[in-house]
Every structure is written in C-alpha cells, then in structure tokens.
Write a new protein. Structure first.
Length: 171
C-alpha cells in the first residue's frame, strides 16, 4: 500500500528526457540553431526544476513551453540572432579539389618542353591572345598557335583527359 503521507516528488511524474527532446524540437521550430536550441532547452529545464522545487505544478510540460517562449523572446529583444551560421550549414564550396587540380596542372606545365612551357605559363598568367604572346616572345603567330596546340595535347595526356576534352573537366 502506498504511503499517503509521503510527499510527492514532482520530478518522478515528469519524464525529463522526453520533455528535453520536445523542448529542443520546439526551439528549432522557433528559429534557434542546433547548439542554441540545446542551450535553450537545458536552460528551460533548469528553470522548470527550480520552479518545481518551490511548489508542485499541474502541467509541467505546458509551463516549460512558456518558459522556452519567454527565453526566446528575451533573446529576440536583446537583438541576438537566434540562428547564427553553423559549420554544418556553411554553403561555401570546398576549394581543396580545385587547388589540387591547379597544382597538378602546374606540375604538368613544368614538365613540358621549355618553348611550350613558356607559352603555357603566359596563358596560365591570363594572356589569351596568341598575337600578344607572339609579340612578347618575338615569334610568328603560327608558331605560337602550333606550340599551344602541342602543349595542350601533352597536358591532356599527362593529366589523363581524353583528347578534345575541355580543361574545365579537370576542375
């Protein structure tokens, strides 16, 4: 037979783990980032336990939701952004693959014969006009064009691209 004189422990009647999960989901719906939602749900549970230690509550889950809303409102009023950009939400594309491709291309250019490598280094530096390259190097335009063509064939073979494949496939 249960002891009717024993005081009721309010924490026994409330499933805190389930309540914490519901608070976390609610905080996320209110716009809090994952880490902020965890902080908010834990702060809410702490305040709920402090309140339940003073006096029993009829509906602790409802009371917890009110506490959570008040905490979120206080953050909004303070002007803090409740959803800062987190590491897993970053939208910047990784650059490692592109850097490795450029490094591979630079090594392949360095392995070309000297006359072709000079022309390809000028192209790599941003010079796109064969006429300007020819004037800079003191060569006929036709010679520059043929060296460019031979250099591109060798680069594709060295990098492993099929003939005629655009170099953008490397990236």
């Amino acid at each position: 037979m249960p002891d009717l004189c024993k005081p009721i422990d309010p924490f026994e009647t409330t499933d805190m783990a389930a309540l914490c999960a519901r608070l976390h989901r609610r905080a996320r719906r209110l716009g809090a980032a994952h880490s902020d939602a965890q902080d908010l749900s834990q702060e809410t549970l702490l305040r709920l336990m402090q309140r339940m230690a003073r006096a029993p509550l009829d509906a602790p889950e409802h009371y917890a939701m009110v506490i959570l809303h008040n905490l979120m409102r206080a953050r909004w009023r303070m002007g803090k952004d409740p959803a800062p950009l987190e590491q897993d939400a970053a939208t910047t594309a990784p650059v490692a693959h592109g850097r490795l491709a450029v490094q591979t291309l630079c090594h392949a250019i360095a392995a070309l014969p000297h006359d072709q490598a000079r022309i390809m280094q000028m192209v790599l530096a941003g010079e796109n006009s064969p006429a300007v390259i020819a004037a800079t190097l003191g060569l006929p335009v036709g010679t520059v064009m043929s060296r460019l063509a031979r250099a591109r064939v060798r680069l594709r073979a060295r990098i492993g691209l099929d003939p005629g494949t655009p170099i953008t496939e490397l990236l």
